[in-house]
Design a binder for this molecule. Structure first.
Ligand code: SAH
Ligand code: SF4
Ligand code: F3S
Length: 460
């Protein structure tokens, strides 16, 4: 009888990519994916450690799973609980101590060992070995060398991790500790994997890394390739319609990358370029190693290369020592840049990071007040941006049927969901790229109608 696998993913897109690769490892071992933990033989929580609540959520989820596991045991069955991802990397030992129901823990660089970990966990459960398995080493063997081919279809839009880890050590951030040092995959390996997922119906690839523009993979001659040169190679693949990349760091935006936005039409004019703060004092304390004006200058150059470029960013309010003036500098930067969308967070002290020990931690209510002001402004900008598109024609890559009969939903170049009535009758399917006139806006999406149907290109 087949075994059931349930994977719950928290955190960033890299974790989503990792979860799909875990499935690629486990499906050949006889597992099938389940939509619910209730009937699963193996439950994996792929966790995130970036902010406080993330880890709390994991512990309460473990609590719920323990009840399911006990119920299953009472019925004579077995459920295995595995905790992977960044909380496991940071707190694996503690999870094992606090949660005896957990069968194994493993970090983001160790999931290629899942088959062995499962075997060891079975031995531990049967009392044949005393320790439940814990894999939190930063793998000596390259993780990607051990991963099987991408076997499951990834959908119209898929992630591809090209670079992992981080050497930047921003003072607020756990990622360098949970993901380890920067490492880039080779161009040849990435072209092979891109071809595999495109063969399974993917038309849009988002290149992933914590610092994706620090990409320096082997170009085949032993020299490092840049993100720009990798994208030039990927753009040659016929079935690939769209390229995106995230997350990039302002420090690593080079001339070639800016030029690529002008030269490669497949690169979408929407860029997530986190700035965190608009205050030079705070940027320095964060160890971001650029100023607010450096960021303004980069954005100006990117917009000169690609005038329709829309930007997105991450912001942290209430970093230690942030004054009203510092916060106002962030608001000024937001007004100067104008974003298409953005994410903003209250600073959350993370154990082991330098900022958590800094003096002048900001009061929670001050953080909350600043977050509200910032989010109001960012919300206004997003709404204005969405409304500015009404009446324009945008290319939409269709992904799935909509809620109404005959309706399909796709993505604009700027990542907005666009729903189009009557699309099915016009022959739209998953992977169709088509011109759409934007006719209206909803709270979180756009409405549109098909135009130039004669020019419709169906993805290979
Ligand atoms: N590599 C990316 C960020 C990855 S983490 C970059 O350098 O931009 C995603 C976002 O989480 C960050 O951009 C930051 O805004 C937020 N974040 C990270 N650590 C945080 C913390 N301790 N408190 C609040 N927000 C944090
Ligand atoms: Fe974290 Fe900074 Fe690295 Fe981004 S660049 S992952 S914020 S340390
Ligand atoms: Fe979270 Fe780890 Fe990603 S901490 S944001 S899952 S790299």
């Amino acid at each position: 009888m087949g075994k059931r696998l349930y994977i719950k993913t928290y955190g960033c897109q890299m974790n989503e990519y990792d979860s799909s690769r875990m499935a690629d490892i486990l499906i050949p071992l006889g597992y099938t994916l389940s939509e619910t933990p209730a009937d699963a033989d193996l439950v994996i929580l792929n966790t995130c450690h970036i902010r406080e609540k993330a880890a709390e959520k994991v512990y309460s989820e473990i609590g719920r799973l323990r009840l399911l596991k006990e119920k299953r045991a009472a019925d004579g069955g077995e459920m295995m609980i595995a905790i992977g991802g960044c909380v496991a990397q940071a707190q694996g030992e503690e999870i094992m101590r606090r949660a005896p129901a957990v069968d194994m823990v493993f970090g983001p660089q160790s999931y290629q060992a899942l088959p062995e970990l499962i075997e060891q966990a079975k031995l531990a459960r049967n009392g044949k070995v005393s320790e439940r398995p814990a894999a939190m080493d930063f793998a000596a063997v390259d993780k990607f060398d051990r991963l099987p081919e991408q076997t499951s279809p990834q959908g119209v839009s898929a992630f591809l991790t090209i670079q992992e880890g981080c050497d930047k050590f921003c003072t607020f951030c756990v990622v360098p500790y949970t993901r380890g040092a920067e490492h880039s995959r080779s161009v040849a390996e990435l072209i092979t994997e891109a071809n595999q997922i495109i063969a399974h119906g993917t038309a849009e690839i988002t290149l992933l890394g914590q610092n994706v523009n620090a990409y320096a993979g082997d170009d085949g001659t032993g020299n490092p390739a840049s993100l720009a040169s990798l994208m030039h190679e990927l753009a040659k693949i016929d079935g690939l319609q769209r390229i995106r990349y995230t997350t990039s760091h302002p420090r690593d935006v080079d001339d070639a990358l800016i030029a690529a936005h002008a030269d490669i039409p497949k690169i979408m004019p929407y860029l997530h370029l986190p700035v965190q703060s608009g205050s030079d004092r705070i940027l320095e304390a964060m160890n971001r190693k650029h100023t607010a004006d450096d960021y303004r200058a980069i954005v100006a150059r990117l917009r000169a290369a690609r005038p329709d470029l829309a930007l997105s960013s991450d912001f942290i309010v209430g970093f230690p020592g942030e004054t009203d003036e510092d916060f106002e500098a962030t608001m000024q930067l937001v007004r100067d840049i104008t974003y298409g969308s953005a994410y903003s967070f209250k600073y959350s002290p993370r154990p082991g990071t330098p900022a958590s020990d800094m003096d002048d931690q900001v009061d929670e209510d001050v953080k909350s007040a600043r977050l509200r002001i910032l989010q109001d402004e960012l919300g206004r900008q997003q709404k204005a941006f969405n409304e500015s598109l009404v009446g324009t024609v945008q290319s939409v890559l269709f992904e799935r049927p909509g809620r109404h009969a005959g309706q399909w939903v796709g993505r604009s170049p700027f990542m907005q969901a666009v729903s189009v009535d009557g699309a099915e009758a016009a022959g739209i399917q998953a992977g169709t790229l088509c011109d759409v006139e934007i006719t209206g806006t909803y709270a979180n999406s756009l409405a549109g109608r098909l135009v130039n149907l004669g020019d419709t290109v169906a993805a290979e």
